[in-house]
Ligand binder design. Structure first.
Ligand code: ADP
Ligand code: MG
Length: 289
């Protein structure tokens, strides 16, 4: 039987919008040593705005955006949703893409109006068109860099801004008070972008350019030092959430796959509910034992 204090804890947490899937994750939450945070959509707001569109071969900005958005209609990645929304806001009509293949957390490949389009992270697209990664000066203004290739040529970059969620620094301080010893940022994005986002947050480390499998490896490595909590929002985070002692999904806007793989789902779109969640877990455990 589950002790009454744990049941009360689960229900108090749910009241805060923290859905904990049972007594065991609640109990484990009280013992977390290491916290691994995904970047886009977890630490950041996850609704990036376009700051600028850089054309490399003379294609009009709106045309670059139109082709990228047409293909990104096939993706539920937060960056893809933002690109589609930005194109629609400019009144662009988006054709339906064909032969679409999404590589989760990296980008999408497909065909639009007979042209082969690749949209995704700069490293991903650069690799596929045989070009070096962009040394992007304009990125100083933003925090997400999306590359667009058309018929094998790097045609443009979308520089986007994705601000940190409000209260992130305060939340991290609270988690340290609740006994978390080590806080890491894990992202599929570029290291320079990750460093800029993490600047001033006092994190214990940044792991960038990670594939979904590498996020899993990071979780498994960190587990050698004690229980690990991993927080993420994307389809690409689902395996890492499942590998963690406690996986936490950003449930309100995150991918359904991440909510399914998680032990804890934040039903409200606020990562700062983690602090109260852990506090409740620790208190329930003290009463229950
Ligand atoms: P994080 O791990 O920080 O949540 P992701 O690994 O999900 O970030 O994405 C990293 C980067 O890959 C994004 O910032 C974006 O540049 C690019 N990206 C991934 N999927 C897409 C997509 N469908 N459309 C455009 N860009 C994408
Ligand atoms: Mg993410």
């Amino acid at each position: 039987a589950v002790p009454v204090a744990l049941v009360a804890g689960l229900s108090r947490a749910a009241h805060f919008g923290v859905l904990i899937k049972g007594a065991r994750p609640l109990e484990t939450m009280a013992r977390i040593r290491t916290l691994i945070l995904d970047k886009t959509g977890t630490l950041t707001d996850g609704r990036p705005q376009i700051v600028s569109i850089d054309s490399h071969g003379g294609m009009a900005e709106d045309e670059i955006l139109r082709l990228a958005a047409a293909l990104d209609q096939a993706s539920k990645h937060p960056v893809a949703l933002a690109i589609v929304a930005a194109a629609r806001a400019r009144g662009l009509v988006l054709p339906v893409p064909s032969e679409v293949a999404e590589i989760p957390g990296e980008g999408v490949v497909g065909s639009v109006e007979g042209h082969k389009i690749i949209v995704g992270g700069d490293a991903f697209v650069a690799r596929r068109v045989g070009r070096a990664e962009d040394d992007h000066a304009a990125l100083a203004a933003g925090s997400v860099l999306v590359a667009v290739a058309v018929d094998g040529h790097m045609t443009g970059h979308l520089v986007m801004a994705d601000p940190l969620r409000d209260g992130t620094a305060a939340m991290l301080a609270e988690l340290r008070r609740e006994g978390i010893e080590r806080i890491l940022l894990a992202t599929g994005d570029r290291v320079d972008v990750a460093e800029r986002v993490a600047d001033g947050l006092g994190l214990d480390g940044i792991r960038a350019g990670l594939t979904p499998d590498q996020k899993v490896l990071l979780v498994l490595t960190e587990r050698k030092n004690g229980p690990v909590m991993m927080v993420g929002d994307g389809v690409n985070d689902a395996p890492a959430l499942a590998a963690a002692d406690v996986g936490v999904a950003m449930g309100a806007r995150g991918a359904a796959a991440s909510a399914e793989a998680a032990d804890v789902v934040l039903l409200v779109d606020r990562v700062d509910r983690l602090g109260p969640g852990i506090e409740i877990a620790r208190r329930s455990r003290r009463i229950a034992v």
